[in-house]
Design a protein around this ligand. Structure first.
Ligand SMILES: N[C@@H](CCC(=O)N[C@@H](CS)C(=O)NCC(=O)O)C(=O)O
Length: 306
């Protein structure tokens, strides 16, 4: 049975799960949903309504951390969880802390500014998903925006408080990264992956599968937010992880699609393979451009476990 990962393109928690599966070279199909109309689809298979959800044979795994656990069980060779007890505990503690303090904070601040900009939000929400979901998000934008505000308690006060929470996270992460290449031990782990995936919307790395809108579409406050933290070690670390650990072939292909922003070709030809694994041969992930809204179909890397 085909392995399916249910996501929203822009969801940074979904990006955690997607990156983990890509890192393992897993064979799966990404089912991109549209926020709002995702509820009946997700409810049919999982206890909660949130994405990411992975359907793998008879198993349904909901939540980015549970999906990383599952990926590590299925493909132990490229472990994202450190094998020693203390490294494992540190990585899991950092992941939980980043999910809460960074993932939730960025979402609140981002939506506080972005929800006023219908074109921008729809640009993100309509990258994939069923046609009827995209239509509903256009027709019911005001209702959807107000339920997002309610669901995540998005208010001016909370956004201001959460921007300071982000600041505190970057200060601690900067300290942790002092003189080190990774957050835990001397190799890439789920702590690094979580940090990079959750912080990505701030700095919009080109290897990310989302088609980032042009800067002019963003409210200046969102651009300023990225700039405020651009001189941190964390920023440098996140951008390096996307360059070195995220699969270029996959993200470039996912970005392709008529009428959408062209994928960046900067740096094309550079290997995006993590250290110790082969670079993906050209076209080995997905060669043909996709229609916006089409499912993203992934192929297994030659020689990778499936
Ligand atoms: N702790 C969860 C958080 C997932 C989450 O908050 N997902 C959001 C998108 S970023 C979502 O699906 N929201 C819609 C909903 O809950 O119905 C995880 O790590 O997967």
């Amino acid at each position: 049975m085909t392995r399916r990962l249910y996501t929203f393109t822009i969801s940074h928690f979904a990006e955690k799960a997607r990156w983990a599966l890509d890192y393992k070279g897993a064979d799966y199909v990404e089912e991109r949903l549209v926020p709002g109309s995702h509820v009946p689809i997700v409810r049919r298979m999982a206890p909660g309504t949130s994405v990411p959800v992975l359907r793998d044979g008879d198993r349904v795994v909901q939540g980015s951390s549970a999906i990383i656990d599952h990926a590590d069980q299925q493909w132990p060779e490229l472990a994202l969880t450190p094998s020693d007890a203390s490294g494992r505990e540190t990585a899991l503690e950092l992941e939980r802390w980043l999910d809460r303090e960074l993932g939730e904070a960025i979402r609140c601040v981002f939506y506080f500014h972005a929800l006023e900009h219908r074109g921008l939000v729809l640009y993100f929400f309509n990258q994939g998903g069923p046609w009827w979901g995209r239509l509903l998000s256009r027709l019911g934008y005001r209702v959807m925006a107000s339920s997002i505000r309610q669901m995540y308690a998005i208010t001016r006060d909370n956004a201001a408080r959460d921007e300071e929470r982000m600041h505190a996270v970057f200060e601690r992460v900067d300290e942790l990264l002092s003189g080190r290449s990774y957050l835990v031990g001397d190799r890439f782990s789920r702590a690094d992956l979580t940090l990079a995936a959750l912080a990505a919307p701030l700095w919009r790395p080109e290897q990310h599968p989302t088609r980032w809108p042009p800067d002019e579409m963003y409210p200046p406050e969102v651009i300023a937010l990225g700039a405020r933290f651009a001189n941190t070690r964390t920023h440098e670390h996140v951008m390096r992880l996307y360059r070195e650990q995220r699969l270029r072939g996959c993200s470039a292909a996912l970005k392709a699609g008529p009428g959408m922003q062209a994928p960046s070709t900067r740096g094309a030809g550079r290997s995006s393979a993590p250290p110790g694994r082969p670079a993906a041969p050209a076209g080995s992930r997905r060669a043909a451009p996709r229609r916006p809204g089409a499912r993203s179909r992934r192929r297994r890397w030659p020689g990778r476990p499936g």
